[in-house]
Write a protein that binds this ligand. Sequence first.
Ligand code: ZN
Length: 269
Amino acid sequence: MVIVIVIVLGLITGSFLNVVIFRLHSGKSFLFRRRAFSSGRNSDRASASELARSQCLTCGRQLQALDLIPLLSFLFLRGKCRYCGKKISWQYPIVELATAITFGLLVQNFQFSIFNFQFWFQAIIASFLIVIAVYDYKHYLILDKVILPASLTALIYQIWQGNLAWALLGALIIAGFFSLQYFASKGRWIGFGDVKLGIFLGLIFAQNALGFLVFAYVVGAVVALLLMAFGGKGLKSRVPFGTILGFSAIIFLLWGDRLVQWYLRLLGI
Ligand SMILES: [Zn+2]
């Protein structure tokens, strides 16, 4: 029963994350307008209600509640807008499904209950990772306004867990490693956004930071091989590093401890 509630919660969160990803991109002029014309509270409330509403990106029709049921609407409408018949991006059901599966596995793996703060923190961190991965995939960009609240959440989590020193060391290790590559290659191998993402990832994985780095590079190598084998068939020819990091981080969030134990056994430690 709990798992059903968590999966539904994941689907709803996923559909909210889709809106966030869209708003973040169209947000530039949106933010500017808000700054230029308004003062404070009212505009914040207006933007929140705009965030909750949804319309078809092609024909602009306001979507009804029935069109906005996560996953199910996409299936019933066979991926097309009810009004103009234009295809709806696969991003929507994929993000909804990925969020639901992640939330479900968090509860399953760690036997969290939804009354457990640990669950909420992990779910929020996973949500940030999904937004970062998808946004970087679409726009080749990692935004400060995502990384900043994400890092803050991870920092608060680690302070609460009494794990601050390790978290800071983790951030230093991953961000330090990325910035070495950034400066050595003058930004050709790695973007500065990835360096900032490294801070967030280090804060999350703390004492497992090195283990995560190894894992992320293995995932990156596998993705590169897959692209070589199947590239150009619907997939992008180049998957951004932030997407690989975000995806690896979600897997590592779920199974990282077990992976690290496995490495250590492999090394005979
Ligand atoms: Zn439409």
